[in-house]
Design a protein around this ligand. Structure first.
Ligand SMILES: [Zn+2]
Length: 195
């Protein structure tokens, strides 16, 4: 079961704006339309660096460095995922960091819970380990002890994600397993046994 569900925020409210400004103080988030890569007209459009922001409801904002494309019709995000729009914060200071591996990513807490803070700290530790080793053929070249540590962090994240869902997921929201039933009537009890 996928424990972490993030999506494009439906609205830009003041709380969300305030959190986004922790990331880019002068940045103004905007919705950018998505388009399938095949339909993109080739040409001289400029790339704009910034953060694509998704939300894990009541838990955190996930911000990942990406390029959007400036076209004569406005900004466009090329993505083969079935989505209509993304939330984007332009950030020129990212332009030079786009070649980093892994790409810059930041999680911003929407909760005061210690579980959420720990989840974010563990994610940062993972990224900092991965950033120290080269990637070859799409695979990161890790020494055995670091690979073991990453495995340990992944297990800790999973157990934190279970607890966070039990604490913060709206009981009447759709279940994580995709059954279409309400969370409280479906997998909530099973997750509580795992926690
Ligand atoms: Zn379920």
């Amino acid at each position: 079961m996928k424990l972490i569900h993030t999506h494009t925020p439906e609205t830009l409210d003041s709380e969300l704006l305030a959190v986004c400004q922790q990331l880019v103080p002068q940045g103004i988030p905007e919705y950018v339309a998505c388009r399938c890569p095949e339909t993109g007209e080739p040409g001289s459009e400029a790339a704009v660096a910034g953060w694509v922001v998704t939300v894990w409801d009541a838990v955190l904002l996930q911000c990942v460095a990406q390029f959007v494309t400036e076209t004569p019709q406005g900004r466009v995000y090329f993505s083969s995922l079935p989505q209509e729009r993304i939330l984007f914060i332009p950030d020129p200071s990212l332009s030079e960091k786009m070649t980093q591996s892994p790409r810059p990513a930041v999680q911003l807490s929407l909760s005061q819970r210690s579980e959420v803070k720990r989840f974010i700290a563990v994610s940062e530790e993972e990224r900092s380990i991965m950033g120290r080793y080269p990637v070859r053929d799409g695979k990161i070249q890790l020494p055995a002890d670091e690979a073991k540590l990453l495995g340990k962090l992944a297990r800790e994240k999973e157990s934190l994600a279970i607890r966070i869902n039990l604490l913060l997921r709206a009981p009447d929201s759709p279940c994580l397993c995709g059954s279409g039933k309400k969370f409280r009537k479906c997998c909530k009890t099973r997750l509580a046994r795992l926690a």
